[in-house]
Design a protein around this ligand. Structure first.
Ligand SMILES: [Zn+2]
Length: 311
């Protein structure tokens, strides 16, 4: 199984409450807004490798020591909400949210966005930080029943919030999104949205609509965004994506007909790129980059042979 950023660590056991008496180490994933509390070093002098991230810290790790103790009151400032996540190895893992007006953290600790912590924070902790921020977000957004407006209650035996008045239950919600990389001979279709960093292109992507299969979503998204018809969708891989609560499902497919017509407002530019001359691409944090790299690597031997540049 390929390791994907944000994929649950293999030795993680999710749970809604700690089993038995507390003991051993604890891991705390403390957020203020979308930033995680970490011990962190100075900014690295090297490029971050992500056009969306100006700089990464040279190192970062989850806070340890007396600043964060066993119970919630151990945080230097009272959390707005605390959720148990489960066990990683032998450690109980907790998520907590501090309010925006919380006083600054103890010396040596700071707030950092998840993108800047990719490849800096330990992989398992990075993945659980992605889980933590989604569950905190869900918990915050479901304090009241969506049907009758009564305050909801967390269920003890599963991850849900239930309305005591009308019994409506809310579970953490994942929004599936399909990503598609279209092949045409030795070229790949890449596009850029209006909010992309300058010069960066990526594969196409969009959310699955009610009633659609993944393959139907892929065909519709490609047709809507660039006016091209596709065939032969092949599954590539999937990736949890906590910005804010998606599951990305990536496909490669073949061009069938039509020429590129970028969708106004959605697609700023789109083009066919020779696999040997790809533009700036997203960081390896995203499945988009893995999809493009993976498909390009598959195509390169035949492309090189045809152009006589193969070694
Ligand atoms: Zn209700």
């Amino acid at each position: 199984m390929a390791q994907m950023p944000f994929m649950s660590p293999l030795d993680f056991e999710p749970a809604v409450a700690p089993a038995g008496s507390a003991g051993g180490e604890e891991r705390w994933f403390v957020f203020r807004g979308d930033r995680l509390l970490v011990e962190l070093g100075p900014p690295s002098p090297h490029p971050s490798g992500d056009l969306r991230v100006p700089a990464r810290p040279t190192w970062a790790r989850l806070p340890q020591g007396p600043a964060l103790h066993k119970n919630n009151n151990g945080l230097w400032s009272p959390p707005t909400r605390t959720l148990y996540l489960g066990r990683l190895g032998g450690s109980d893992c907790w998520a907590a949210e501090l309010p925006a007006e919380a006083p600054p953290p103890p010396p040596g600790l700071g707030w950092e966005g998840l993108r800047a912590l990719f490849s800096v924070l330990e992989d398992a902790h990075f993945a659980l930080a992605g889980r933590a921020i989604q569950l905190l977000d869900w918990d915050r957004n479901h304090r009241f029943c969506g049907r009758c407006g009564a305050p909801t209650e967390a269920k003890a035996e599963e991850r849900s919030r239930v309305c005591p008045a009308c019994r409506l239950a809310a579970y953490p919600r994942i929004a599936p999104a399909v990503m598609g990389l279209v092949r045409r001979g030795s070229r790949l279709l890449l596009a850029r949205g209006p909010h992309f960093p300058p010069g960066m292109y990526s594969a196409l992507a969009g959310f699955v609509e009610p009633g659609e299969t993944l393959e139907q979503c892929l065909a519709r998204e490609v047709a809507e965004e660039v006016g091209v018809r596709i065939s032969r969708p092949r599954y590539f891989a999937s990736q949890p994506w906590p910005f804010p609560n998606s599951l990305m499902i990536a496909f490669v497919c073949d061009w069938e007909s039509g020429e590129i017509r970028p969708q106004a407002g959605e697609i700023e530019a789109a083009d066919w790129f020779e696999v040997l001359q790809l533009p700036k691409l997203p960081s390896k944090i995203s499945i988009a980059r893995r999809l493009i790299d993976g498909v390009a690597a598959e195509m390169l031997p035949s492309v090189s042979a045809n152009t006589g540049s193969g070694a």
